[in-house]
Design a protein around this ligand. Structure first.
Ligand SMILES: [Zn+2]
Length: 252
């Protein structure tokens, strides 16, 4: 009779461990999910910042180009006014030359005309080079505008999606934490304590899946006999390298 009780106790102990292991499998799946969501939530703000920066840079580039185009056009208009007023002066001085009395006066006016003509030449040269620069700037602005119109919307969409995902991940994380807590309360005291101790040390999870012969917690190889035992999911076994409880399930 004693041995029957003994067998019964052993069977109960095994069932208990079985139950613990199926709970631990649920828990480690949730831990992985929680980890992934936390990682996303850690990285998302920087991604959003990058996108905002990209949009601002494109818009800044466009307004810089527009500004330098405006400056060139302004300079061109100014030079054109100068040229026209100098040409007026030249015409006036040529008329004056016809009515001067001395050779000296005639020559003096000639020098003035020469000086003004020199100015006009320089200004016209500058106007020509401005026109070339304006052409280049206009092309530049077209390229940037095209880039903005093709990229801006998708960047904004990407940013909105990240913001939506942040909200969703935060909500999902709350649910996962709740569900995990509930699973934890169903573990036997011994296993729960063990799990919590390892979790505290490892931060990600107190449990690791065994894929092939590899512990997914520390990626070290588990001895074949032990791997064989782990795959049965009957006993609480821990990885010799990282100390995580080893379980086995098919990972998606
Ligand atoms: Zn390990």
């Amino acid at each position: 009779l004693g041995s029957i009780f003994h067998l019964e106790a052993e069977r109960n102990a095994m069932m208990l461990e079985n139950n613990d292991i199926s709970l631990l499998i649920d828990i480690v799946k949730k831990d992985m999910d929680i980890l992934e969501k936390r990682k996303f939530l850690d990285e998302a703000p920087a991604k959003i910042k990058d996108i905002t920066k990209k949009i601002e840079e494109m818009e800044g580039e466009l307004s810089d180009s527009q500004e330098s185009l405006d400056k060139l056009e302004e300079e061109r208009r100014h030079l054109e006014r100068e040229v026209s007023s100098q040409n007026d002066k030249i015409v006036k001085k040529r008329k004056e030359q016809n009515s001067v009395k001395t050779n000296k006066e005639y020559k003096a006016l000639g020098h003035e005309i020469q000086y003004l003509t020199g100015l006009v030449d320089k200004e016209e040269e500058r106007i020509l080079s401005i026109l070339e620069m304006v052409e280049v700037k206009r092309k530049e602005i077209r390229v940037i505008s095209d880039k903005i119109s093709s990229e801006r919307d998708s960047l904004i969409e990407e940013k909105n999606m990240l913001e939506r995902n942040i909200k969703e991940s935060e909500d999902a994380l709350k649910i996962l934490d709740d569900e995990k807590l509930r699973k934890l309360t169903h573990l036997s005291d011994r296993v729960r304590k063990l799990y919590l101790k390892i979790l505290k040390a490892k931060h990600d999870s107190g449990v690791a899946n065994l894929v092939g012969d590899i512990c997914q917690g520390c990626y070290s190889r588990v001895p074949p006999q032990m791997a064989h035992e782990v795959r049965k999911n009957e006993k609480i076994l821990t990885c010799e390298v990282c100390g995580r409880i080893l379980v086995h399930y098919e990972s998606e």
